[in-house]
Design a protein around this ligand. Structure first.
Ligand code: FES
Length: 567
């Protein structure tokens, strides 16, 4: 159980080390604190703990040291003593097998440190795909007054007459390289031009989606989600967040309510944001004690238009969204659809914020009006059926509508290793009309539900000009990817879900219109296959063991079961 801060005590006097003699504990703590050169006056202030996620293995967090310096300035000027402490940090391309495998560990680490230290409030600095969700989950579980500060997106780079940024353009050019349209010399030049400033990926991928969701939930300072990482406003946002942390009153459970979740889902749909956000929001809802219902999400999708024109589904980059009005502009546009009773960490209701910002500049080339949307319905849909009894996700805004309906032959890969070994085999029996199926890439399977759902188009088909195919898996997909890709199939193959029973040559029927995905195999045949199915071995020790034995399915956010809030 989380140790409560001592009633009536704050700062250094709260949560003392347990030696059985409170006065001795305090005397010892102050003595050690004084060894750092603090005065008595400084040590008497309330403490803002700042979670420091700077890491040489996290390029997206390169600016964290200067953000913390600015945040400390703000907290100190507002009367608190800021104290930074390190936590786990995760960056997508530097972690094996996937950052998702460690998201829950980061959340657990952060929560434990928030509970253990003598803090009156927390300021959590994150930015890359999994760090913001992990910090939201930690804040929800610790339920200490807390605010997040995101690192902000990188700027796009000018390259041979076009703009590039991580990572939609990474994938676009890699697909062209695989298809033989781009040579090795050019792909090498592009490698040096995709990510040229500090910050998280510069499109509406998972990091940017989660930053916007954190703002929609009310957990970051209003208007700060989209500020570029290298803009001076980012440092001013850090200073203001530090000042806010010094006077925080609300706990995360008072901010992240069902009303603010509904706003977050509306924002996700209007952004046509990352599919990963669904998994993270499901995990976060589980921490707070209410379910994230995929069918409710689907209903919202039918009445929430896509308004923001950014890659991977549109044209712009995050810097364009910022210049166009950012989250303030989007929320103002979504006003008739929002729960205006939701309260932010500032104490301001959504209604009050919208009133205060009603004259905000909005560039309608980037943030469209409700009457002139990019799409009249949301960018994501959920699917159910005999192949996915607990649901699956499809990002229809990034998919090919001509592939939405129909029955296809399955071409099955039993694992990521099998996929790597056979996908480019010239002898692979596959056509553009088939559905590629990947098994054992879910929360338990891979492990960690890697972003492997964006199965490559087999090289022989790519070279013949095939740009998209139906692809189905229990994996996730990068928020910067695109295609007709059915993800998060639950239960996953490694948990014995129907996906485990699919064999090459089976027929799979997809209907986006009916929100169905069905395996067209007779029950008695499936029964025979189920009897022959065996679960994968469980890792014997360490985090891998804890993870494999406790992780939930995608519809539960792939959180550890014992971290979800009980009834
Ligand atoms: Fe960190 Fe994309 S790799 S945000």
């Amino acid at each position: 159980m989380a140790p409560a801060s001592t009633p009536g005590r704050h700062g250094l006097e709260s949560r003392v080390t347990d030696y059985g003699d409170r006065d001795f504990s305090l005397y010892l703590r102050k003595s050690f604190a004084k060894s750092m050169g603090y005065s008595d006056a400084m040590l008497a202030k309330p403490i803002v703990g700042i979670a420091d996620t700077a890491s040489d293995l996290n390029n997206c967090h390169r600016t964290v040291p200067e953000l913390i310096e600015a945040a400390k300035r703000g907290a100190l000027a507002a009367g608190a003593l800021p104290m930074a402490f390190p936590t786990i940090s995760l960056c997508e391309p530097f972690v094996s097998p996937s950052t998702m495998h460690l998201r829950n560990l980061m959340a657990l680490d952060t929560e434990a440190l928030l509970n253990a230290h003598p803090l009156d409030a927390a300021l959590l600095v994150g930015g890359c795909d999994k760090t913001v969700p992990a910090q939201l989950m930690a804040a929800a579980s610790a339920d200490l007054p807390a605010v997040l500060l995101v690192t902000g997106p990188m700027l796009a780079q000018r390259f041979e007459g076009e703009r590039l940024s991580a990572c939609t353009d990474c994938r676009r050019y890699w697909a062209r390289y695989r298809a033989g349209e781009v040579d090795a010399a050019k792909i090498s030049r592009i490698e040096g031009a995709l990510a040229t400033t500090a910050g998280s990926c510069g499109v509406m991928g998972t990091a940017s989606t989660m930053a916007c969701i954190a703002e929609a939930l009310g957990m970051i300072l209003p208007g700060t989600a989209a500020i570029p990482a290298v803009h001076a406003d980012r440092l001013r946002a850090a200073e203001a967040t530090g000042a806010l942390a010094a006077r925080l009153k609300l706990r995360p459970s008072q901010v992240m309510t069902e009303a603010s979740f509904e706003n977050a889902l509306r924002v996700l749909l209007a952004l046509s944001g990352s599919t990963n956000a669904i998994v993270h929001l499901a995990a976060l809802a589980g921490r707070l004690g209410f379910p994230l219902d995929l069918r409710r999400f689907d209903a919202l999708s039918e009445e929430t238009p896509v308004l923001v024109d950014l890659k991977p589904t549109g044209e712009g980059y995050m810097e364009d969204f910022f210049a166009a009005g950012g989250m303030g502009g989007l929320l103002q546009t979504l006003r008739p659809l929002l729960r205006t009773d939701a309260v932010a960490v500032t104490g301001e209701t959504m209604a009050e914020r919208l009133e205060r910002e009603q004259t905000i500049f909005i560039d309608r080339a980037v943030i469209r009006t409700l009457d002139d949307p990019i799409s009249p319905v949301g960018g994501l849909v959920s699917l159910f059926g005999t192949l996915a009894p607990r649901g699956a996700i499809l990002k229809r805004a990034a998919a090919t509508p001509a592939l939405f309906e129909g029955e296809r032959r399955a071409v099955v890969f039993s694992s990521l290793a099998d996929l790597a070994a056979r996908i480019d085999d010239p002898a692979l029996d596959v056509t553009a009309e088939d559905a590629l199926v990947l098994q054992n890439a879910g929360p338990i399977g891979a492990p960690g539900m890697p972003e492997a759902g964006y199965l490559p188009i087999p090289r022989k088909l790519a070279r013949a000009g095939v740009k998209d195919m139906v692809r189905i898996s229990d994996a996730r997909m990068s928020g910067t990817a695109f295609g007709t890709i059915v993800l998060h199939v639950a239960p996953e193959a490694a948990a014995g879900g129907p996906l485990a029973l699919v064999q090459s040559g089976d027929r799979i029927r997809l209907s986006v219109r009916d929100r169905r995905i069905d395996l067209m195999v007779e029950d008695d045949e499936l029964g025979r296959r189920r009897e022959a199915w065996r679960p994968p071995p469980t890792p014997a020790r360490g985090w891998d063991h804890l993870y494999a034995t406790q992780v939930g399915q995608a519809d539960e956010g792939a959180d550890l079961k014992f971290l979800r809030k009980g009834p």
